[in-house]
Design a protein around this ligand. Structure first.
Ligand code: AHR
Length: 332
């Protein structure tokens, strides 16, 4: 009897051991970090594909984090939804990636997901836009644009160009509400309106950084207002949408037109519209973050602590001075 019980216990222990080993192997199969063949595994949560800028940014990340360069890139497109980004971050944690990189769709609401990454010991690099948090230890570092400065640069151009206009009627097409790009560019304009008593924002709405919504908003505005001096578009794609609406309404615009157009991004298509005089002023927002993020990862791999915040240097283009060579010299 004692012998049978002993044999039974041994059999149970053996099957428990086998089950545990199998489970470990299953986990291993789901674990990107264990299948990396020496590659550094990057989980990148991208905002979406809402604009030419975003597409150039995704291309830059894909080209940099290639297998030939020693990386495995797991890229998830959040389709401009924060819940998808939070899910992606948690999935990357479960996959035990080496680094999480993410371009936050909005500034607020990341602490819980980032606490999970911190507990798992995975460094988080924020790129492009910024987040609001009371605990800076939740991310390792950030690289991106100074969106408030971009807004200030556009407003300085308006102050010079319209210094003799007593009553300036402005239409403001905002980007995705709550994103750093929208907040900074909107703050720049708000400061300009505070400084210039003759400036009047007659209509403001979000076009979500897309051409379709930019066009929709402008179609509505053109039915409501006959006099507009400036359209302040928070990115190129909304400017393209506004141009479509202006064309359909037979309204002249640009350097020789009734309505001036200000845009942000300075993408290739945006600069061609600037060269042709359709966009009066275009403030650069540089999307080529792949090599910048890689430089940060290399520092971390070598045990160097990178600067917490790194701002990208950017320029602006005026339709009256831009040349074809300016556009040809750029890769996006
Ligand atoms: O965060 C950068 C902004 O996001 C760009 O201006 C815009 O085109 C993009 O969608």
């Amino acid at each position: 009897m004692k012998k049978t019980i002993l044999l039974f216990i041994c059999a149970m222990m053996l099957s428990a051991f086998t089950l545990t080993s199998c489970k470990k192997d299953d986990n291993k199969a789901n674990n990107a970090a264990d299948n990396n063949e020496g590659l550094i595994v990057i989980g990148f949560s991208q905002v979406g594909a809402e604009s030419d800028w975003r597409i150039a940014n995704t291309k830059s990340m894909r080209e940099t984090f290639s297998e030939e360069n020693g990386y495995r890139l797991l890229l998830k497109d959040a389709q401009q939804k924060q819940e998808n980004q939070i899910q992606a971050i948690n999935d990357f944690i479960a996959q035990k990636v080496d680094y999480i990189v993410f371009a936050p769709v909005t500034e607020e609401g990341w602490d819980d997901a980032l606490k999970n990454a911190k507990s798992a010991g995975i460094p988080v690099i924020i790129v492009d836009r910024m987040i609001k948090t009371t605990d800076d230890s939740l991310y390792t570092c950030w690289v991106g644009s100074d969106f408030r400065n971009e807004g200030d640069v556009a407003v300085e151009w308006m102050e010079t160009t319209f210094k003799d206009v007593a009553d300036l009627k402005i239409v403001h097409l905002q980007g995705s509400l709550g994103s750093s790009a929208q907040i900074g560019r909107t703050e720049g304009l708000a400061a300009g309106v505070d400084r210039n008593s003759g400036w009047d924002v007659i209509y403001r709405a979000t076009g979500d950084f897309t051409q379709v919504k930019g066009k929709e908003v402008m179609e509505y505005v053109l039915k409501q207002y006959s006099h507009i001096d400036v359209i302040y578009c928070e990115n190129d794609n909304m400017a393209f949408g506004a141009i479509e609406a202006l064309d359909a309404a037979n309204k002249t615009y640009g350097v020789n037109g009734e309505v001036a157009i200000i845009s942000f991004d300075a993408t290739n298509a945006g600069l061609n519209e600037t060269l042709s005089g359709k966009i009066n002023y275009n403030v650069e927002c540089n999307p080529l973050h792949g090599p910048r993020v890689e430089a940060l990862i290399k520092q971390l791999e070598n045990g160097v602590t990178p600067e917490k915040l790194a701002f990208v240097e950017e320029v602006a283009f005026d339709a009256t001075t831009i040349t074809k060579a300016d556009i040809d010299a750029r890769s996006y």
